[in-house]
Structure formats: structure tokens, C-alpha cells
Design a protein around this ligand. Sequence first.
Ligand code: NAP
Ligand code: ZN
Length: 370
Amino acid sequence: MEFLFDMPVRLFAQRDAVEKHREEFGKYGKRCLIVTGHSSAKACGALDDVVRALESQGVEWKLFDQVGQNPLVSVCYEGGRQAAAFGAQFIVGIGGGSPLDAAKAVAAFGADPALTPEGLYQPHRVPALPLLLVGTTAGTGSEVTRFSVLTDDKGHKRSWGNASSYARASFGDPRYTLSLNRPFTLSTGLDAVAHALESYFSVEGDEVSRTFSIMALKLLLPALKEVWLAEAEPSLECRERLYLGSLYGGMAINRTGTAFCHTMGYWLTEKRGIPHGFACAVFLPELIQYAVPLAPEKARRLFGEIGMYAQELCDTIRMLTDAQYEPAGDQELEALLDRWQGVSNMKRTPGNFDREQQRQIARRVLQKKL
Ligand code: NAP
Ligand code: ZN
């Protein structure tokens, strides 16, 4: 037996989580900045629930609703300035991964006026205002991880995170995901599948992280098939399984981080506008084909647990993935290979995952003809 489990977030995962635990919103001060995307926090009912909880605790609040998809670090910096000007003592992030990741950065910028956008990415711990997170998509698991993925001023998606970027508490209410449309339901669900699979085969994995991956996949794969096949809107029960699967996926990557599918997929989002989950998912069949021969015992356990063999798993993921894109040029691909050298995600991939191995996979996926 050898494992490490460290997740210093109080997680309330249930229907009506915000309403049932409103006292959590009164624990960190009397002024708060709420960080959201442009409209969905309001539309799905989460913002109204949070405002009611804050007001019930006598907290004054201000809204910062400027966070777009693949959030810019400069927008988070501006959020931090607004938090400081308002005298916010804590931050509440509401949304999918984009606002939740942005809220982690706003909490850091709001705590330290000297912190620069580039300083956020440095490996040392930075202070942060207390943070509460309310999820509205079933995908990133950002509610339970220290990670935050922001787009820098070169247009590159880059992950950061440290011991102070965890939420003090997170609220996972699957009702908020009912308003998510079908493409985002599939894409965010596939993001969670990617977390589970990348973590499962990671060299950093242990018994506990692999168990979370298996629990995630057992929930996510049948529920996503149900979404794909159904003509009607997914039921709340199906949404609940997707949400729980995403939280388990988050718990798995909180131990291991993600692997090459995420690093390689970022380019498809940055340059081709492919949503994050689909962008990672196009690499998953490559991960499965590459990793299974390197870890046959692990693979046997996985396939036994999920009741699918490698080919069926790859076919299912391909069926669920909607990603059409212009192929990358040769020069662009070489520049990407330069960018990927030394990235920790590549080192977590099992085997000798060197530049040549990366080139072969990137060619098959990024230079695939339309
Ligand atoms: P997202 O970018 O947060 O949101 C995608 C879209 O869905 C937005 O238009 C958003 O609208 C809308 N939306 C969100 N919740 C909704 C709801 N309940 N009903 C209707 N529409 C809703 O999507 P995401 O996939 O959750 O997050 C992706 C980001 O997370 C990427 O930047 C990715 O790199 C990052 N990520 C982070 C981690 C981590 O560990 N922290 C892991 C994986 C990925 P609004 O703009 O109005 O909100
Ligand atoms: Zn992801």
C-alpha cells in the first residue's frame, strides 16, 4: 500500500447545496466579489442562489461577470484589482471551468497588489483571498483541484496552481447543469473522461487516484452514451451521474495532473476554437493505444471494471467527439514540439515519451486530413 490523498476542499455535493449550506457564505468576511462568465450563472439559477445565501449572512457583494471561455490572465488581473478596490474579503466563483479557474486567479491578485500576471505562474505559493466555488458544468473538476488554466498574453493556455489556490468550500449541485446544451454537455463530459484516463495511466498515479478514475469512467461513459443517443434532454439523474463523474475525475488529477492529451489539445482550442473537452478527447484513442501495452496489468483492471476493451473504448470516445479542424502545417507542428519539451504533462506520460513519439502522435491527430 502506498498512496497520497490530499484535497483540502470542503465539498458539498448534493441538490440545493448552496441553500442547504448558506452559513458557509458568512464565514470569510462581510464583503465579497462574485466572479462569473457572461450569462449562464444567472440563467442556470446559481447566481440567484448565491446572492440569497450571501445576503442571508449579511454579506455585501459586487459582481465581476467579465470572464470569457479560456479566460485571459489579464481579465483575472483586472478582477483582482476590482476585488481590492471593493475591499473584498473573499471571492465566490460561479460557472464552468473558465469562471472557476479565473476566480482562483482573482483571489490571488486580490490578495497581493504586487503580484504580476506572469508572477502567478511561478512555482512558489502566492497568498490568496478565501475562495468558494459553485460549479455549473460537469467536466473540469476545478471545484476540487488547485489547478487553474489561463490564457497568457501570447494566447497560450497555461496551467498554474499551488497550495493556496484551492477553494475553502465547493458546491456541486447538478441542477445547475440542466441548462447546458448538448455540445457542451458532451464536450465537458469528455473532458472528465480525459482527466480519468490521463490520470489512470500517469506515472504519478497511485491506488487511490486510479480508483477515482475507475469510479469516474463507470459513471461518465454510460451517461454520455445516454446523452448522445437520447432525443430528449438528459434527466436530472443522468446529470447527477455526469457531475459526480467529473468530481471523481478532478480528485484523480488533483493527485497526478493531466498528461499529453491536455497539452496537445490546447493548440486545437487556441488556434482552431475546438472546445476544451473535444480538443483533449481527439487524443484519447492515441493515449489508450500507446499506454495499454506499457501497462498491461493496469489496463486489464480498467477494462474489467468498465466492461469495455480498448477498441470499444476508443470507438465510444470517437463517437462522442465532435471536432473538425484545419490540419496544422509542418512548421507549426515543429514549433509546437519545441513548446512541449520540458512540459511536466509529457513527463507524466508512461514509457519513453520523447520528441519523436510526440511527433508521431501529433502528426496523426493534428495533421489528419479533413
Ligand atoms: P466553460 O468555458 O466554463 O463554459 C463553456 C460555455 O458553457 C460558456 O459559454 C458558458 O457560459 C456555458 N455554460 C456554463 N455553465 C452553463 C450552464 N449551466 N448552462 C448553460 N450554459 C453554461 O466550460 P468548461 O468546459 O467547464 O471549462 C473549460 C475551461 O476549464 C478551459 O479553460 C479548460 O482549460 C479549463 N480546465 C480546467 C481544469 C482544472 O483543473 N482547473 C481542468 C480541465 C479544464 P458563460 O460564459 O455565460 O459562463
Ligand atoms: Zn481538462
